[in-house]
Write a protein that binds this ligand. Sequence first.
Ligand SMILES: [Zn+2]
Length: 680
Amino acid sequence: MLELQLFHRYTRALPTSGEMMQVPVEFQTSKGLQYILSKGWQWKQSDSERIQTETCPVCKKAGWGHFYMVCEPGKRDGLWQCMRCGKSGHLNALKEEMGDKIQYVGDFGTKGDSEQMPNIEQMHEELLANEDAMDYLVNTRGFSLEIIKQQKIGFGKRFFKKLGGEKLCISYPYLIDGNAVFVHWRTLPPTQKEFSSLKGWEAPLYNGHILNDESLKEVSFVEGEANVIAALDHGVKDIVGVPGANFKKAMWLEQLDKIEELKIYICYDKDQVGQKAAQTLASRIGINRCYKIILPDFEIPSDEGGTKKGKDLNEWFQHGGGSAEKWETLKAQAPKFDVDGVTNIDDGLDRFEEELNGKTGMMPKYMMPWPSLGDKLGLEEGDILDIIAYEKIGKTTFGLNLMEYFVDQYGEDGIIICLEMSNDRMIRKWVSHVSQVADKVTFDPVEAAALNEKFKEGVKVARAKHHNRPGNLYFCYPKGVKTLDDFFKLVTDCIRRYGVKWIMVDNLQLLAGRVPRGTHSRMEHLDRISKGLQGLNKDYGTQMIRILQPHRNGNDELCTMNDVDGSASLAKDCDAGISLNRSKKPEMSSQALATEGMVMSSDASFDRKLLVTVDITRYSAGGQCTLDYVGETSTVREYNHAQIKAEEAKIKSNILNEVKDVSQLTTSAGTEGASAQSEI
Ligand SMILES: [Zn+2]
């Protein structure tokens, strides 16, 4: 519950003028205030724990003294209320109101605690006093003293993990109305090029506050700060910098969407990597709104004293004769991006060659987590993998294992859209998987308390894993989605704004049942769902894992991709399809159960031996392998017969010992059928 009384304690008018305030020390790590700064809203401090904004962002009523937010770092940070419209909520609710967070998606914000904002002014003074750093900016980068001062570029030392120590570096603060909302650092040459960001703060666009102006007519997107600074220095104002080529989250897309008449240009590096990143950015912004600026060929001095090809905007202004007038000409000539992926042989060969150079062999880009499946199936960019299995076999678990592996191994973001399980339940399952805490339902108070403790440790392990890797895994439970179009919009929003590269939909039949099919038959309805997802996957160059249900219940027959419920064409829309099967265990006799005092969980009625069949694959012959399904920890792993037998024997002997202790049983009960999933 919100602590609403909090807002009524301070109702007096505040004396401060409309002048922008420096962020008070006690609010410096407030995520609530960070958000307000990032939006460029006028604000001032109200009291020791709150700020107010000039205009309520929700009802747009102007005038101080009605929209308040707690900015005290800690539990209530970001709690807000408007006295005019009466709306209130936590920070996430405000972000949802503003379109900066997608409803239904579990979004934990930035990773970890916020680092203190460093002293921008002091770093700037240090830069002006440092000859080497100034020499680099003025002579190598070609920046004027005026622009260096205007953008408050700074200098200092910072720890670079990859370089194993503190290095001298240039700091680029992101300023909105004089307030720093983010900082990016770059090592000072000759130190190897590395970057570092202010931890725990959302990375906005550099110079991105210009998007707050809804009358903006055009904007150019470039990569990084230096290109923007060079352009600003030459009188090009409507320009923003994307922080790093592999940026993921992009909540500023919401702002772009609002400015309908906006003409958007993208000018990325001239090399293949830059051009591919430009294409991806255009897809996320909306390919029909974007124009591609291609810089003319020019030469820049190389380190060896010769020359080499120039590739970015900063270099063009510095060495390629770039000017504001020529920039206007380039914009006028800018073509739209390719939509349908038509390619000519030259470009195609170039790309293939580049791809070959980037690989050591001809292995698929994405390998499977298990070697025994890895030689039967691999995935390439843009692939769709379908997974089919009967109830209780472990489709969701199998998909979760794949998603966790791809996010962890390849550093790309993914989202699991599960229609069956709430985000909280999926998180519990994920924690159990990554921390290997065996999650079992228990009604024994002692066991329940022990499990609680194990999970507390597990959460720490999971959190550390999440914080210490580049990839993000999101969960989404689209409980309020009413129509198929809403669902496609949700998936589109997740790709565009979170920048996810992996999407898992669990499952298609459940989705078909959830959204009305109108006059379409069930077959047509499923086909529309399948084709719609396939289209999104193609448009955005993502990878998709789709979970499918078979049309019949498993008796003794193996489930295959031919058993897809509803539409035979589903299988044609995927690049790879695998079926999962586990065999039912022989029924235990009631006497054996009574003797051992065991109750079997429903999950345990299937053998843990998981038969994985690659039914459909574009790149290989497919085949079968056996994996080990460990239901308790939501984990699929390599099947190791000896290890499994040893584990089962250990659990069995524990159980038997306990039973003996309790009831002094002397019978040596048969060992048939006991399993790791058995419970006392
Ligand atoms: Zn309001």
